[in-house]
Write a new protein. Structure first.
Length: 399
């Protein structure tokens, strides 16, 4: 197959869950003998050449109108026009916004797939005009491509009733971390002035929908001796990130982006990973923390519940008081944390294989090319049926 991927910042992925997803599947597709083109934005990729190779994938580098509102759309438009002059079997558009151009390849009879990773009209990243646009893209994502795919059963339940065509499902995947090197871990933590098993951790973009402000509010209610370590930075919403950094103290630490072995150490040695988002897709950072054997406490939005299965612990989304209560409970009862550590990594290894994701996506591509129905989807486990162990035991007068 000859596959083109559009709507991305580029490869290799340095940040962003969608780009990391695309890199994992694109490189695996190339390793299986498929020809893969990924369109990249010039300001994202350091190489100055128009076309380069990365792990068997052809990267096509193009300039964009580099502003918050025009960057993605200008790049997706020029990429769509470029692929129409190439011999491509299927065009894969990532995310809602780029779906507005998914009709263009049809002019050359090229099957198209729109892959929904997030619903950008939710949360606080975009203003009223942006939210109107992404609401409209909910429609184009279903009507313009040959098929639509989603990464969570929660999204499947949302989009399937809105179309007469079958929705594809590919979930997400996690690359299992390398074996731990205790001496290297200790050296890395010493450089950051952190102690193993004695800090709370968040990893992600500093954007409103991640609700880091809620985590800080809950932490400040408790004022524990255990530091709160925040890994990540703002891509565009600098004002929100600045408002968070006003709370920086020796106990609330902002480390910026961290990668590779250093990030592995931070995940692995955290006492608890906290994921307070009020809106998400299936969050890769949450699953990565679990893959490293970290205990996790997350907001009870459907996407987090689906991602964690019966392994994670939750608090009421948007409720700083409940988050503070659950943090206090877990800090006071390390046996709850240790019990979760023992099962999380095994759960992720069993449920989130990148090879499995690539298998499902490859089957969707082939079905589009052959003009066959999309592969059947396993019936999701209803959130209401998840075991009680998915939440922290009730305390006080909680039901």
């Amino acid at each position: 197959m000859r596959i083109a991927m559009l709507g991305l910042k580029g490869l290799p992925a340095t940040y962003g869950g969608v780009e990391r997803y695309a890199e994992e599947v694109a490189t695996r597709m190339a390793a299986r003998g498929h020809e893969v083109i990924v369109y990249c934005r010039a300001h994202y990729t350091p190489n100055s050449a128009t076309e380069t190779q990365y792990k068997g994938v052809t990267l096509v580098r193009q300039r964009t109108i580099h502003t918050k509102t025009a960057d993605t759309l200008s790049h997706t438009l020029t990429a769509s026009l470029d692929l129409m002059r190439r011999k491509v079997d299927v065009a894969h558009y990532y995310s809602l916004g780029p779906s507005v151009f998914a009709w263009l390849p049809h002019l050359r009879h090229i099957p198209t797939l729109v892959h929904v990773h997030n619903q950008e009209w939710r949360g606080g990243r975009w203003g009223p005009v942006g939210k109107i646009f992404f609401r409209a893209a909910d429609v184009t994502a279903l009507r313009f491509p040959s098929a639509t795919a989603v990464i969570s059963h929660h999204f499947l339940e949302y989009y399937q009733p809105r179309t007469n065509q079958a929705i594809g499902f590919t979930s997400t995947g996690i690359a299992l971390p390398p074996p731990a090197d205790p001496r290297a871990d200790l050296a890395s933590l010493n450089a950051l002035d952190l102690q193993p098993g004695n800090y709370l951790l968040f990893v992600g973009r500093l954007v409103p929908q991640k609700a880091i402000h809620l985590l800080i509010e809950a932490y400040e209610q408790l004022a524990p001796e255990m530091p709160l370590v925040i890994v990540g930075d703002a891509e565009k919403n600098a004002s929100y990130a600045a408002s968070l950094r006003k709370h920086a103290t020796p106990h609330i630490r902002f480390l910026g982006y961290r990668y590779g072995a250093e990030l592995d150490t931070l995940y692995r040695q955290a006492y608890l990973y906290v994921h307070p988002s009020i809106h998400e897709g299936i969050a890769l950072t949450l699953l990565e923390a679990m893959a490293h054997g970290s205990a996790v406490l997350a907001s009870d939005i459907p996407e987090n519940l689906e991602g964690m299965g019966a392994c994670g612990m939750t608090f009421r989304s948007g409720d700083a008081d409940d988050l503070a209560t659950k943090l206090a409970l877990l800090i006071a009862q390390p046996e709850l944390v240790e019990a979760q550590r023992r099962v999380n990594a095994a759960y992720i290894a069993a449920q989130y294989s990148w090879d499995g994701v690539t298998d499902r996506l490859e089957a969707i591509y082939q079905a589009l090319i052959d003009q066959r129905p999309l592969p059947a989807i396993d019936k999701p486990v209803p959130v209401a049926a998840m075991p009680v162990s998915a939440t922290v035991p009730a305390t006080g007068d909680e039901a």
